[in-house]
Design a protein around this ligand. Sequence first.
Ligand SMILES: [Zn+2]
Length: 277
Amino acid sequence: MNLTNKPHKFHVASLFLASCVVYLATAFTAHAFFVESQAATKGILKTIVIDPGHGGEDTGAIGPTGIKEKDVNLNIAKELEKLIIQRVDAIVLLTRTDDTFVSLDERTNVANKNNADIFISIHANASYRKGAGGVETYFLSFDASDEDAKRAAAFENAVASFENKAVKTNIDDLKTILMDMAQTSVLNESSQFAEIVQENLCKVLKVENRGIKQAPFIVLVGAAMPAVLVEVGFISNANEEKRLTEKETQRTIAEAILKSILTFDGILRAKMEYALE
Ligand SMILES: [Zn+2]
């Protein structure tokens, strides 16, 4: 019995070892493929700056149950950072990584100093109309596109009062900056990116599409790259406030913005290849 058992045990052990080798080889190949497919996503957007709006003493808007906009913004930004690290071969920087106050100028400076290719400011909206809901994506302009846009910019700019700075100077500078920017493609690209983000977010969140808008947001002034400000929902709306605190919604929003970054990168790449032809 012993004699017949031994080869049998040996056989089982060999089979086990062989399976391990096959498993490891498959895992290694899969890993190699994953690394390769990650490298394949290297694109035009090499440095991405995400700006979680507000922070510290500046809470941003506060929802009916006391949820603070600054916390929602930071959670979404961190989720987006995680996704970019996993799926895009790009450097990703956050203007703040915790609950600290960062001035509006400093936020844009982070993008400029690091030669960012894109700047995305994440916010949640608020309205005196309790039922107001949906997504809005903004890019910079001296004139607000409507009354709501004017109010949104006034609210987001109000933080400048924490900085002991004259908001007026910033707004005056804006006209000169915009005239310079108009000569470049930055504004056009910002509007194009805003449109992609807006469409993707509305599609996944299944909310009212309030459209892309323009307004004089101080945080977008001076950004030397395509820059948008996304209002991902209304924290003043009880339903949306609840949704925005859910991890799943935050992840869905981050996924939609990531998808938009990849689409925009493709557009920029095609434009560059066309120019080189
Ligand atoms: Zn805000």
